[in-house]
Design a protein around this ligand. Sequence first.
Ligand code: IMP
Ligand code: MG
Length: 173
Amino acid sequence: MQIDRILLSEEQIKAKVKELAGRINADYKGKEIMAIGILKGAFMFFSDLVKLIDVPLTVDFIVSSSYEDTASTGKVNIHYDTRKPVTGKDVLIIEDIIDTGISLNYIKERLLAKFPNSLKICVLLDKKERRLVPVGVDFIGFEIPDEFVVGYGTDYNDNFRNLPYVAVLKRPG
Ligand code: IMP
Ligand code: MG
C-alpha cells in the first residue's frame, strides 16, 4: 500500500492543534481535565495537544480497536481501560478520527456509566458524511472527505502511524 497524496500538511496540523488547545483552555478555565486518549490512533495528536493545554491535567488511556484493513468491523474491542476512577472528573476524550461514530459512541456510553462530572470529546479528523451513530463532538479539528487516511497516528494495518502529516491511501488497482 502506498500514499496517494498529502491531505493535511505538518504545518496545517500544527496550527489546528494550537487552535484546539486554545479553545480547550478557554472552555476548562478553573477546572481540571482528565484527558483520556484513545489508542493507538490518538497517540501523536494526544501528546501534541496536551503540551499546549495550560489547565491542570491528568492523562489516562483506553486501547480499543474496531478496524480490519480499511473497514470497520462494527464491533468495538477494549484491550486496556482507564486506571484511575472517572467518577466526578471532567473527562476529555481525545481521539484521532471519527468515522461511523460506533467506536466513540461506545466509549462515551461506557464512560458515562461511571458518572463523570462532565464528558467532552475532541477529535482531530471528522469524516462527517460517514456517520451511522450520532455522537456530539465538542472540539473538531478538520472535516475530511470520505477517503481512507493514514499518518499522524492513523494507520493502515498499523503502518504509516509515524508520518508527521495526514495522507490519503492509494486504492489498489
Ligand atoms: P468509527 O467507529 O467508524 O467512528 O471509527 C473510528 C476508528 O476507526 C478510528 O479511531 C480509527 O481507528 C479508525 N478509522 C476510521 N477511519 C479511518 C481512516 O480513514 N484511516 C485510519 N483509521 C480510520
Ligand atoms: Mg482510533
